[in-house]
Ligand binder design. Structure first.
Ligand SMILES: O=P(O)(O)O[C@H]1[C@H](OP(=O)(O)O)[C@@H](OP(=O)(O)O)[C@H](O)[C@@H](O)[C@H]1OP(=O)(O)O
Length: 437
């Protein structure tokens, strides 16, 4: 059981601060295990033509913003808390605040391992296309966000392949492309209407002020035996993140986790899902439309590979590995209609959302990944298989006619409107708005 493996009882509720292994627990015993049975193509005739993997960076340090909150909580506890419980004594006398502001979201050693192991697993799943031959032939391309955690994750993925094939003589390259991997920084309409709009996250703000979060704050204040006003929502979040980061970075079940019971963690997870739902996903149409540039880039690459294949040419880009952020993946998942919830997540429907499909703890752990594999199954039968975190997913709307590997043409028909439209410059209003003079 999780307790035996020293896993915090609340580890599956860590949202985008969660370990990849909690999404695929079979990896805890064997980090390079693969679930190939679930990925069988419809027939042994199928051959991979192209694979694109869009990957979130690996495990990282907290951002400066959150280190400051953790520091404030640590000082509050040191100054105001006393108690005899063993876990409290551990916080007061043994645990030291070791996070510093200059860590600012950098990749940690576990994050290097996350990407190395993901590279090995994907190569095991798709050996004919993620191969030493293709790598040496320059047919595997790497694109990354400029952020250090993404560049270092790209280097780690490459190192995973090099170590697996005992390669020492290949000069790996990558291209930094923030237009693709950090499109949210370039989409004026998103920046104006969501990112910089203080009212955009009103549902999260209302939930934070609501009864469920208030109860969590009171329970934590009671456990620390301090007055309720001291335990603000920021302090609760800092404690939750301390538990999450101690586990993700050091794989320890830290005493900070004892401040939460499972019900408290479910409230925290919902608050974080509200942030992502409204800032990056189904809350506002522009959130998903801001990923149009990445959406078109993916399908242009698939079409190019298919056309080269059909004309008997070598596929010049057999594999593309693109490393970005949780906020690179989530808008694209939303544009494709993945994890769409029956009801929007709001400040007032937490109780009815316990079985929601929009759950960032399952979608967006560190090293989360979206993989598209294009197959030639013979006789003009071309199929496209989507995977999220190494598990097959179904393109919405194609379920009734196909198994999880639909015909490529059916997928393109399903997304026809987006393929024809979804023009990044138009949806993001990059041109100057007509200013009334
Ligand atoms: O709450 P923090 O500061 O950690 O939020 C980060 C984002 O982390 P996430 O919310 O996704 O866990 C970080 O995304 P990442 O995928 O790069 O980790 C993002 O780059 C950073 O700007 C912060 O996002 P925010 O929405 O500006 O808080």
């Amino acid at each position: 059981s999780p307790e035996d493996q020293n896993i915090p009882h609340i580890a599956k509720y860590f949202s985008t601060k969660g370990r990849y292994e909690e999404v695929n627990p079979y990896l805890i015993k064997n980090i390079t295990a693969v679930n190939s049975s679930a990925l069988q193509p419809p027939s042994p005739l199928c051959r991979e033509i192209h694979l694109t993997a869009i990957i979130r960076h690996g495990t990282r340090y907290p951002t400066t913003k959150n280190v400051k909150k953790m520091q404030k909580l640590y000082e509050l506890v040191q100054d105001r808390v006393s108690g005899t419980e063993e876990w409290l004594r551990e916080i007061l006398t043994q645990w030291t605040m070791w996070y510093t502001e200059d860590m600012d979201g950098r990749l940690v050693q576990k994050g290097v391992q996350d990407l190395k192991h993901l590279a090995v697993r994907l190569a095991k799943l798709f050996p004919s296309i993620i191969s030493e031959e293709k790598l040496r032939g320059g047919l595997i391309k790497f694109i990354t966000s400029s952020k250090h955690r993404c560049v270092n994750s790209t280097l780690s993925f490459q190192a995973g392949l090099a170590e697996m094939w005992a390669i020492k003589d290949v000069q790996f390259e990558y291209t930094v492309n923030d237009a693709l991997m950090r499109f949210f920084d370039k989409c004026t309409k998103f920046i104006d209407e969501v990112d910089k709009n203080p009212l955009a996250l009103v549902e999260m703000d209302k939930f934070i002020q609501g009864p469920e979060m208030k109860r969590v704050q009171e329970k934590i204040a009671d456990r620390l035996n301090v007055p309720y006003p001291l335990i603000t929502d920021d302090m609760v979040e800092a404690a939750f993140y301390l538990c999450a980061y101690e586990f993700a970075i050091k794989t320890v079940n830290s005493p900070w986790c004892r401040l939460f019971d499972e019900a408290d963690a479910q409230v925290m997870e919902y608050k974080l899902d509200l942030k992502q739902f409204w800032k990056r996903a189904y809350g506002y149409d522009i959130n998903s439309k801001s990923s149009c540039i990445l959406f078109h880039d993916v399908f242009e690459r698939l079409d190019k590979a298919l056309n080269e294949h059909k004309s008997g040419q070598k596929v010049t880009e057999a594999v593309t590995v693109q490393v970005g952020h949780a906020e690179t993946l989530l808008p694209l998942f939303t544009l494709l209609g993945f994890f769409k919830n029956a009801e929007p997540l709001t400040s007032s429907n937490f109780a009815s959302q316990t079985r929601r499909s929009f759950r960032t703890s399952r979608m967006l752990p560190y090293a989360a990944n979206f993989v598209l594999v294009l197959y030639d199954c013979g006789g003009g039968d071309f199929r496209l298989q989507p995977l999220v975190n190494e598990q097959p997913v179904i393109f919405p709307g194609l379920t009734e006619r196909q198994d999880s590997m639909p015909l490529y043409e059916d997928v393109k028909r399903q997304y026809e409107e987006l393929l024809k439209g979804c023009d990044f410059e138009t949806v993001c209003e990059l041109f100057e708005k007509n200013v009334e003079v």
